[in-house]
Ligand binder design. Structure first.
Ligand SMILES: CO[C@H](O)c1c[n+]2c([nH]1)[C@H](O)[C@@H](O)[C@H](O)[C@H]2CO
Length: 446
């Protein structure tokens, strides 16, 4: 590992998402999202009773939360917009009060010299659009384009880095194939359709941005590098299937205008023949790509697992969400991206870990040594990739706050700032104190 170093203007920040932190999901005329429905349905929600009704109460605490971001020294803050706050029915009438919250958030960030990075879609589709088929409806691309236009026209200039979608793979795999996430479908024929329409929506939003925007726009994908358990041909094929399904299924169309060949084998009769025009729509020039990295997967051929590709547990530290701590995977995937797709600017738009933290701070402190260790190793991994010529421009720690970890509820704490959900008290953990030093010294403290 070479000495840790970062470019002088490296953008150090933190990330959150609307439904995970805001609370007040129906306030001021907002329309419900599919996550409002899903989290209130005990048949669907794994952590029954955990909803986004309050979360971190950020909707009511925004100003003090931004002041806390400033105190931590953040240079940037990646947030998402709840589509249904701005367009309660998903299309049509704009809810001025809902849009005003995001204008206040952006203005407050700028007043504190914190750059806003805005994600348009972080999983919380308006329920009214789900009633019209959601991402299964081909009209969803235009619904999203219209919503994006509203946001661009309201905030572009104050927001200079836009993200269309957060992790289309998770939306598709979790929401349409395995049912663990909203809207909770379990249908192999639906998954490719939802996935393709998500990517069409991404393409349309970028086209709209090129009409009305003046700054930068990108896509955020989760990448989980896949490593064969052995050098056998069967494990190599299983690894290629897993990589195609999770990683290349989204970057190849966005960057190359093609789907990986393995997808036809994986989905079989459930894989449609896509119109060529769609592939041209999806492949839009991007100003950056955001990479969400948490862990890797070691793969072996195993017919008892989807894709005939099963995970092989390693002799390593694992997080509360069952993810191996493997910082080398971040370096490897960044070099892989550059080699496969070229020298596009990249941001680490999410990286972090859930380890056990107590529900309450003790003596005003929360000691999280495992997270401190995780973060130090992953900062170094980013530095190693930069040293190998990868154009990484910034890092957004996941997450600023402990928050609603989707269907897992509040039990999985990813925050560098502890939240006591009984009192809403915020307490910077030791990891936040480390991060402040890393930001202040641009990594020299590592
Ligand atoms: C498969 O893991 C993904 O990379 C991933 C991990 N995470 C995510 N995506 C989401 O973008 C966040 O909303 C989650 O809270 C966060 C932690 O689970």
């Amino acid at each position: 590992m070479t000495r840790v170093s970062f470019p002088a203007d490296f953008l150090w920040g933190a990330a959150t998402a609307a439904y995970q932190i805001e609370g007040s999901p129906l306030a001021d005329g907002a329309g419900p999202s599919i996550w409002q429905r899903f989290s209130h349905d005990p048949r669907l929600m794994a952590a029954k009773g955990d909803t986004g009704d309050v979360a971190c109460d950020h909707y009511n605490r925004m100003e003090s939360d931004v002041a806390l971001m400033k105190a931590l020294g953040l240079k940037a803050y990646r947030f998402s917009v709840a589509w249904g706050r701005v367009l309660p029915q998903g299309t049509g009438r704009v809810n001025a009060a809902g849009l005003a919250f995001y204008e206040r958030l952006v203005d407050t960030l700028i007043a504190h010299d914190i750059e806003p990075l805005c994600t348009l879609f972080h999983w919380d589709m308006p329920a009214a659009l789900d009633d019209r088929g959601g991402w299964l409806n081909p009209d969803s691309a235009e619904w999203f384009a219209d919503y994006a236009r509203v946001m661009f026209q309201a905030l572009d200039g104050r927001v200079k880095k836009w993200v269309t979608l957060n992790e289309p793979w998770v939306v598709t795999d979790g929401g349409y194939l395995h049912g663990a996430l909203a809207p909770g479908h379990r249908n192999m024929f639906e998954a490719p359709i939802a996935s393709h329409n998500l990517m069409r929506a991404h393409g349309r939003a970028v086209q709209v941005y090129r009409e009305v925007g003046a700054h930068q726009i990108g896509l955020v994908v989760n990448i989980e590098p896949k490593y064969p358990a052995t050098d056998s041909a069967a494990d190599a094929a299983a690894t290629a299937r897993a990589d195609a399904y999770m990683n290349r299924q989204y970057l190849d169309p966005a960057m190359l205008g093609t789907y990986p060949d393995e997808l036809r084998e994986i989905f079989g009769e459930a894989w449609p023949e896509w119109p060529t025009d769609d592939m041209a729509l999806i492949r839009q020039r991007l100003d950056f790509v955001g990479i969400n990295y948490y862990t890797r997967n070691v793969v072996t051929a195993d017919a008892s697992w989807p894709l005939n590709a099963g995970p092989v547990r390693q002799d390593a530290t694992y997080t509360e969400t069952g993810w191996e701590v493997y910082p080398q995977g971040l370096t490897d995937l960044l070099v892989w991206f550059k080699d496969r797709y070229g020298d596009l600017p990249l941001y680490i738009t999410e990286n972090g870990a859930a380890f056990y933290d107590p529900p309450q701070a003790e003596d005003g402190a929360v000691h999280d040594p495992l997270r401190v260790s995780y973060l130090k190793k992953h900062f170094a991994a980013v530095s190693d990739a930069i040293a190998q010529g990868v154009d990484v421009r910034g890092y957004m720690l996941w997450s600023l706050f402990d928050n609603l970890e989707w269907s897992l509820g509040y039990s999985k704490r990813f925050g560098m700032v502890h939240v006591n959900f009984a009192t809403q008290e915020r307490t910077p953990k030791d990891s936040a104190k480390l991060y402040s030093q890393v930001i202040a010294t641009n990594g020299a403290v590592l």
